[in-house]
Each structure stands twice: as C-alpha cells, then as structure tokens.
Design a protein around this ligand. Structure first.
Ligand SMILES: [Fe+2]
Length: 458
C-alpha cells in the first residue's frame, strides 16, 4: 500500500483556531496508541490525522487523504447524514456530541464494507477536533467460540456470576450464557442466541442502547441502565456494562455485555415476598426444614458477600437457599428423621427431594438461576454427588456455595433424632476430611467466616 506510518506524516495542521498545539499533539498521540481505526477531523470535517489501524483498513497514503473531507471515506448516500453528524459534534454541544451512525465505508481501492461510525468531540474546546471511529461489523461476526478452546471458553463464561452476552456490532446476539436465559425468562438459549439484543429491550430505551454501546471501547467500558423485556412481556430494570472485545491481533471483534438486575428494580420486592410466603408455609409444615433453609441461606449469603460476588448473585443465593429443600416436605418423616444409616431404597426416596423441589418452583420464572442452584446443591466437585454426578465448574457458583453451607449447617445443628456435631467438626469436613468434594476457596472462606469474622447462625 506504500503507507507512510510515521505519525508526523499522517498529520496536517487542524483548523481549530482555539486549540493549543500541545493539546492537539496530545490527542493525536493518544489516538495512535488505540487499537481501533480512528480519524481526527477538524470542525469543518477535514481529515487532519489518522492512526495505523485506520491506515490499514482504508489503504490511503497520507498525501491522498489528509486535508480531504471526511465524506471521502463513505458512500455518496451517507454524505449528508455524516456531514450533519460532524456539524453537530463540532458545534460544541458536548452532551449530544457523541454520534453513532451506520454507513457504507469506501476504501481507496473502491471496495466497500458496512461500518458503524462513532463521532466524538474531543472536548478540547469549541470547534475543536472530532475523533471518528470506524467499526467493521463483518469482522465482529467471527465467533470466539470457534477457537480450539470453545469448551473451556463456554465453561468460563458459564461460571461467571451474571448474565453475559457476546454481541456483534449490529447488536446481534452471538453467544449468551445460561444466566441470560434466567434473566430473560427464556427456557433455553435457542430462544436468545441469533436474535437481536434490542428485541429484549423496551422500545423507549433502544436508542440509548445503540448510542451507549457505540461509545464502548476495549479500554473504556460503558455503563447503562435499561428496561429489559422478558419473554413473558414483563419488564425489569437492568444495568449493563459493555466493552469491546479484541482478537489476538488487537482488532475489534464484538461487544461483551454483562447484564444484571438493577438493585432497586421493583420486581425484586415482589419476588422476595413470594419467597417469604413459601417459607412461612414450609415453617407450618416442617419447622426443621424451614430453620435449616433459613440458616443455610444466612451462611451461603455471608460466603457470597465475603467472596465479593455481585449483589445480584447474592440475591439469587438468598432465593435458592430459602427454597433448596422445599421438596423434603413430600418425603416421609420417618425416613427424613431416621437416626441411623439409610437403606439404599430410603436414600433413593430422599434424593427425590430435588426433583420434587424443582417441580414446586418451576412455575416461577426467577431472574436468577434458582432452579439450577437447587438442582445442583447435592452435587460435589469431584463428581461424587447426586442427582447427575457433575463435576467442578459445571456446578454453578451458587450451588458450590449452597453445598458447603448445607453440609456445615446440617452437621453442626441439633436434630430431634441426633445431637449436633459442632461447628469445628463441620468445618473440618468441608476443608479437610472431604476437601476434594468442595470448592477449596469457598470452603476456606466459610471457615474464615466462623474463625476470623465471628459469624454465627442467628
Ligand atoms: Fe437438600
């Protein structure tokens, strides 16, 4: 292409009048460190500087593009909207200065591609430099899941404590995790992946999502709060952090969005009220199960908090903890309270409390992975648990925490048919005797809560 890559060669004097040279130099050297294709424009829309990724993408030598109008970079049909966006960005109306528009970009050799263009006023001064970022949606559609480590990658995403979505630059959903299904009230990821993210956003918030996500970069995530529309049509307030994902070569590949329920969403009190009602019914029927669930919840939430997990995950643990043994109400008392060892048949009946519990809660579409947490709370990370014998990170973190809290509470507490073994014995079980069955970091955190933080069951 015969490009001159020296920065000095890719800059001409900007017609900014009010911007000191040093500030302009600072801006252009910053632009040169970024991985995304960026052009700097003066307030009249002339190209005054561009970085390496922009040089590679468009193929121009400095003498061919510097000083030219920005419209050189886009198709005729986009001249007018781009001109308007530049005018607005250069007008000094900084609050509205960030502009995001789709355009057909034209390379030097005449080939074109669909691009997303983000215009940002530099903030140096009025009528100052505008930076123009060009994104290439086509490149974004290459799925990271196509790497050799696809399974490990998916496992890692699934183990994260929140809804995670990978979007292309047109906001199509390339990938999402199971927690996204819970958040959106969908039965499976097939109802989510491949769809437009905006389908799950309230129409009034869609322009804001487009604008905010267009302003994200790899180094600067953007945060926003939007009304999310769930499958059943209900809405919840969610907070979303979006960042640009780069590939190994540093090129933008897509957007990674982390979505969680806003702390003050009004859905939450209603759901927590439902949990309270179910718990009081459990209390009437079996006070021991109710007490156990309450105390397991206290400990599990304390572990989650100590581990620094997000409030949304703690909320999910609170709900799952309060419901995790609800299926035991249907297990005959003489089996549940049997003092000695259970026979094989009796143990089969006890194990069934998980399926019954899931039947009870399946009608409620929680925005947290409550069903998964309940289904897995008797699994063990070495694969020795039930009902499915799953291992390690296949257990979601809520279940790994509940498993520890469940055992510690059960062993340390008194029951009508046996006395408690004490907290030391219970902690020794999860940290040493059966250490390979429990997540070691979480087990240690649990022990520290009792030994150092003076946690106690109330
Ligand atoms: Fe249980």
């Amino acid at each position: 292409m015969g490009l001159d890559t020296a920065q000095a060669g890719r800059t001409v004097q900007a017609e900014t009048q009010e911007v000191p040279d040093s500030a302009f130099d600072h801006l252009t050297s910053l632009v040169d460190t970024l991985d995304e294709p960026i052009f700097c424009l003066d307030w009249r829309g002339r190209i005054v500087h561009y970085n390496d990724p922009a040089a590679r993408l468009f193929g121009y030598a400095p003498s061919e593009i510097l000083g030219k109008n920005v419209n050189t970079l886009v198709a005729q049909a986009d001249h007018e909207p781009l001109g308007r966006a530049v005018d607005k960005s250069g007008s000094g109306a900084r609050e509205d200065a960030k502009k995001n528009l789709a355009a057909r970009a034209i390379r030097k050799d005449g080939t074109s591609f669909a691009a997303q263009i983000v215009l940002t006023a530099s903030g140096l001064d009025e009528k100052a430099v505008i930076s123009l970022l060009v994104r290439v949606p086509d490149a974004a559609q290459q799925k990271p899941a196509e790497t050799r480590n696809a399974t490990a990658y998916r496992r890692m995403i699934e183990s994260l404590p929140g809804a995670v979505l990978l979007l292309n630059f047109e906001l199509g959903i390339v990938f999402s995790n199971e927690r996204t299904a819970a958040l959106l009230g969908c039965d499976s990821l097939d109802q989510i992946n491949g769809r437009k993210f905006l389908d799950f956003v309230s129409p009034s918030d869609r322009p804001r999502v487009i604008e905010d996500t267009g302003g994200a970069s790899a180094s600067e995530p953007v945060n926003g709060r939007y009304a999310i529309v769930r499958k059943d049509g209900s809405e919840l307030q969610a907070e979303m952090t979006t960042t640009v994902v780069l590939d190994g070569a540093g090129s933008p590949r897509g957007l990674l969005a982390f979505v969680r329920i806003a702390p003050d969403d009004k859905l939450k009190p209603a759901l927590m009220g439902t949990i309270g009602s179910i718990s009081s019914i459990v209390k009437l029927k079996d006070p021991y199960v109710a007490d156990h669930q309450e105390r397991v919840t206290q400990l599990a939430c304390a572990i989650a908090k100590e581990m620094g997990l997000p409030q949304e995950t703690i909320d999910g643990i609170y709900v799952a903890g309060n419901l995790h043994d609800v299926g035991k109400l249907m297990i005959p008392g003489h089996i549940l309270c049997k003092p000695g060892k259970l026979t094989q048949e009796e143990f089969t009946v006890v194990k069934n409390h998980i399926r019954i519990g899931l039947d009870v809660i399946q009608a409620v579409e929680f925005p947290w992975p409550v069903a998964q947490a309940i289904a897995q709370h008797h699994e063990r990370i070495d694969g020795s648990g039930y009902p499915d014998g799953i291992e390690g990170n296949s257990m979601i973190i809520e279940a790994r925490i509940l498993a520890i809290a469940d055992v510690v509470e059960a062993m340390s507490s008194h029951r009508p048919y046996r006395s408690g073994l004490g907290i030391e014995v219970a902690l020794d079980e999860v940290t040493r005797v059966s250490a390979d069955k429990f997540d070691p970091e979480l087990a240690q955190c649990c022990a520290n809560l009792f030994n150092k933080e003076k946690f106690f069951f109330s």
